[in-house]
Design a protein around this ligand. Structure first.
Ligand code: AMP
Length: 507
């Protein structure tokens, strides 16, 4: 029975009521955490955070390795009404300065390895509280929370109270903070548990990162809201996935997970003997992967579509036909439509801008009311920036990314951000960053660069400078020099032409 409290954590707790000793999480080396353990540790962390003077609605910025204690920190934020702000561990100083400066957290938690850098960045942003949390669970956050009481009372939340702030760069190059409420997360998680048939009997193999919607809200949410359990991998390792797959009922992954599993010729239906559901998302699943996976294991991968701003929007069905190359019909309660550039709804079969409306759609961009207003229509639809088409059965296909997003190994690279950085390198006039097919990552980053002759600059210089300042997944795999960039009559760089020209560059 619901408590009437919209706090997502309160609903997680209800799922384990009377079954607190159930083991929820088992690590690869066999350490186990019951719900009671997680409840106690998250209480102690919430108590510590409160004692530091952090208040409801304050941001807690977190750049740490995936660990059970990281999960407890996330849950502690939910419990205390603090806004959880996860950061990819790959972000370097320049990027962190922006995120910390913009989110203005009351507390920063980082790996001991980065403590000196993060402390400097935090201090310049006026943040005095920095704690550490390492991949093995050690750190000053753990030490200080151990001394705290265990009976923290989860705060009552309204459905539009903020739960998390996740950044996603825009094509303008300015990363935007996406405000997600308890209501957004709760409604979408309830929908997914129902749509995908999660129950307390499920055991999920959790190998996704937890700084992103997929691993954090979709995977953890489905487990904790259904009272299920998970085998917890600190990252994707095909050998470990194969080792633990037979004890699991479900795997959620990015397409790369599936191509890597298939790369091992001995991977077969026997590995999947207890699996009832394979889910793929965050990037397009190639039809050939879908077909080969079915041939090898007998399982059809369920592909779904979502984004940080909206959580999950569409999903192929649990029961019924899963169509390769589509992301399925809209989830219950979610409206999806395709429009032309004038905002008029297009008929079935026509490609256009994909718009979404529903309780899953975010509250707005952090401190960007004009940008928020510009991305919503008068009747409350959010313009996703994706191009899509709906077929006669109501199945949606994502046909392109209006925003020219590059997705490499499931991680997003916004070309503008890399272009702005490269353009600042002496000797560079301008650049265009594109995604090019890559056998392992789906897409790899390629920079097409025009020199201005003011200084000698080589491809190694550009890649080296990117490597020092940007997360590794954003660093171009190759740099190509050209005399000029192809442009249309409106002077826009024709990225599609570049993609065609360099289609085989990373073969
Ligand atoms: P993110 O905000 O990091 O979750 O990235 C969201 C973007 O990933 C979406 O706007 C889509 O462009 C893309 N995306 C997510 N899932 C899929 C999918 N199943 N097929 C194609 N693109 C997808």
């Amino acid at each position: 029975m619901s408590t009437g409290n919209s706090n997502l954590y309160a609903r997680f707790r209800e799922s384990y009521a009377g079954n607190d000793d159930k083991v929820v999480l088992t690590t690869t080396d066999g350490a186990t955490y019951s719900f009671a353990d997680i409840h106690r540790q998250s209480a102690q962390i919430a108590e510590l955070i409160s004692s530091l003077g952090v208040e409801r609605g304050d941001r807690v910025s977190v750049q740490v390795r995936k660990s059970p204690q990281n999960l407890c920190l996330y849950l502690a934020c939910l419990r205390g009404g603090f806004v959880y702000h996860p950061l990819n561990l790959g972000y370097k100083s320049k990027e962190l300065e922006y995120f910390i400066g913009n989110a203005e957290p009351a507390l920063v938690v980082c790996d001991s390895e980065n403590e000196a850098t993060l402390s400097d960045i935090a201090r310049s942003a006026g943040v005095n509280c920095v704690y550490t949390l390492n991949g093995d669970g050690s750190g000053s956050l753990t030490d200080a929370s151990k001394a705290k009481g265990q009976s923290f009372e989860t705060v009552n939340c309204e459905s539009d109270d903020l739960a998390a702030l996740l950044y996603s760069s825009g094509t303008t190059g300015v990363p935007k903070g996406i405000m997600l409420s308890h209501g957004n997360l709760l409604s979408n998680t309830e929908t997914l548990v129902d749509a995908w048939g999660f129950t307390a009997d499920d055991r999920l193999l959790h190998a996704l990162p937890i700084f992103h919607v997929h691993g954090l809200f979709v995977a953890i949410g489905c487990v904790l809201l259904s009272g299920a359990s998970m085998r917890w991998l600190s990252d994707f390792d095909a050998g470990l996935v194969r080792k633990f797959l037979p004890e699991c009922t479900s795997l959620m992954g990015v397409p790369t997970f599936y191509t890597r599993l298939l790369a091992d010729p001995s991977f077969s239906d026997d590995d999947c003997r207890n699996i009832r559901l394979f889910v793929s998302g965050s990037a397009p699943l190639l039809e050939e992967t879908f077909v080969e996976f079915e041939a090898r294991t007998g399982h059809t991968i369920l592909e779904r579509y979502g984004m940080t701003e909206t959580n999950m929007n569409t999903s192929n069905p649990l029961h019924g036909s899963r169509k390769a190359g589509t992301v399925g019909p809209p989830l219950p309660g979610v409206d999806v439509r395709i429009t032309n550039d004038e905002g008029e709804e297009l008929p079935i079969g026509e490609t256009g801008n994909l718009q979404v409306r529903g309780p899953n759609v975010f509250v707005g961009y952090w401190r960007m009311p004009e940008k928020t207003a510009g991305d919503f229509t008068d009747d409350g639809f959010f313009n996703t920036g994706d191009m899509g088409v709906i077929d006669g059965d109501g199945y949606v296909s994502i046909v392109g990314r209006a925003k020219d997003l590059v997705i490499t190994g499931g991680l997003n690279v916004y070309p503008k951000e890399v272009e702005l950085f490269i353009d600042d390198i002496p000797g560079v006039k301008e650049s265009a960053v594109i995604g090019v097919p890559h056998a392992d990552f789906g897409e790899g980053v390629v920079a097409v660069v025009v020199q201005d002759g003011s200084a000698a600059v080589s491809d190694a210089d550009i890649i080296g400078a990117c490597r020092e300042n940007l997360a590794n997944f954003k660093v171009p795999k190759k740099v190509v020099f050209v005399d000029e960039l192809p442009r249309n009559t409106m002077a826009k760089v024709q990225k599609q032409r570049l993609r065609e020209t360099y289609e085989h560059l990373l073969d």
